[in-house]
Design a protein around this ligand. Structure first.
Ligand SMILES: Nc1ncnc2c1ncn2[C@@H]1O[C@H](COP(=O)(O)OP(=O)(O)OP(=O)(O)O)[C@@H](O)[C@H]1O
Ligand SMILES: [Mg+2]
Length: 258
C-alpha cells in the first residue's frame, strides 16, 4: 500500500443506540488523506451522531474507529483532539462572555497545539485571519451573527492544528455570497492538506467541494461514491423522496418544469 491509499481514518461496523433508537447502524468507511468527503442525509439520519462518535464525544456501542493507525474508542475527547482530529458543533457553543480571540485561543490550548498562552494567542489570531474574523477578534463571542459564530467554530477547530476536520453544517443560514466565501474557505483548508468530512444540507456546496459523498439514512450508510454516482443512486433517491433534497439531488429547483 502506498502512503496515498493508507486511510487517515477508518470506521468499521460502528453502531450507536439511544435507548431503542439506532442512531448509527453498522457504518463502515475510510477517509484517505487530503480527501474532502461530503456526508449527507435527511434530518435525523445520524450525521451529527457519527461526527460525535469520531471525535469520541460519544462512545460507540459496537464497532471500531481508528485514526492514523490507532484506535480512538474510549479515548477522552481532548486526546482525540491532540492526535489531530477536530470537529465543529452544529449547535455553536462559544464561551459567550469571552472574546472571539479568547475562544479560539482556548481551542488551541485544549488540543495542546500551542506550547504557551502567548503562542496560542498568535495561533488563534492566524486562524481568525484565515476565517475572515480578524476584525472581530476583540468582540464578545455572544455579539457575533450566526454565520460568524459558524466561522468561529471553524477557527476554533483549526487552532487545534487538525489533520482531519469534521465540519457539521458550518454553512447553514448563509447567503449565496457567503456560501461562495465558505467554499473558498473549504478549498483553502484542503490546500493546507487537511482532510475534511463535510456535513452539509446545501447540495451546491457538496457538489462543488466534494469528489466523494457518503449518504446516511436512518443511521445506515446507503451510498458512498462520486456526487454523480450518488445523485443517480436508486436507494438515495428513495430515501430522499418527498424531502427537500429531492430537488437538489435531481438538479432541479422546486417548482421548475422537468
Ligand atoms: N443525545 C441523544 N439522545 C437521544 N437521541 C438522540 C441523541 N442525539 C441524537 N439523537 C437521535 O438520533 C437520531 C440521529 O440524530 P442526529 O442528530 O445524529 O441526526 P442528523 O443527521 O445530524 O440530523 P440533522 O440533519 O437534523 O442535523 C435522531 O433521531 C435524534 O433524535
Ligand atoms: Mg446534525
Amino acid at each position: 500500500m502506498t502512503a496515498d491509499t493508507t486511510p487517515i481514518a477508518t470506521l468499521s461496523n460502528v453502531t450507536k443506540r439511544f435507548g431503542g433508537l439506532v442512531a448509527v447502524r453498522d457504518v463502515s468507511f475510510s477517509l484517505k488523506p487530503g480527501e474532502i468527503v461530503g456526508l449527507i442525509g435527511p434530518n435525523g439520519a445520524g450525521k451529527t451522531t457519527l461526527v460525535s462518535l469520531m471525535a469520541q464525544t460519544l462512545v460507540p456501542d459496537a464497532g471500531e474507529i481508528s485514526f492514523m493507525g490507532r484506535s480512538l474508542v474510549g479515548l477522552p475527547a481532548y486526546k482525540v483532539a491532540r492526535l489531530g482530529l477536530a470537529r465543529t458543533f452544529q449547535i455553536v457553543q462559544p464561551f459567550p462572555k469571552m472574546t472571539v480571540l479568547e475562544n479560539v485561543q482556548a481551542g488551541a490550548l485544549f488540543a495542546g497545539a500551542s506550547p504557551s498562552v502567548a503562542d496560542a494567542r498568535d495561533r488563534a489570531m492566524e486562524c481568525l485571519e484565515f476565517c475572515g474574523l480578524a476584525q472581530l477578534a476583540l468582540s464578545e463571542a455572544s455579539s457575533l451573527t450566526l454565520p460568524n459564530r459558524k466561522r468561529l467554530e471553524v477557527a476554533k477547530a483549526l487552532a487545534t492544528r487538525p489533520k482531519l476536520l469534521l465540519l457539521d453544517e458550518v454553512n447553514a443560514g448563509l447567503t449565496a455570497a457567503e456560501v461562495d466565501r465558505a467554499l473558498e474557505l473549504i478549498d483553502a483548508l484542503a490546500r493546507r492538506g487537511i482532510t475534511i468530512l463535510l456535513i452539509e444540507h446545501l447540495m451546491k456546496v457538496v457538489l462543488k467541494a466534494c469528489a466523494r459523498v457518503l449518504v446516511l439514512h436512518q443511521g445506515a450508510l446507503i451510498a458512498d461514491g462520486t456526487p454523480r454516482e450518488v445523485v443517480h443512486d436508486k436507494a438515495v433517491a428513495e430515501a430522499y423522496l418527498g424531502s427537500r433534497f429531492a430537488h437538489a439531488l435531481s438538479g432541479k429547483t422546486p417548482g421548475a418544469a422537468a
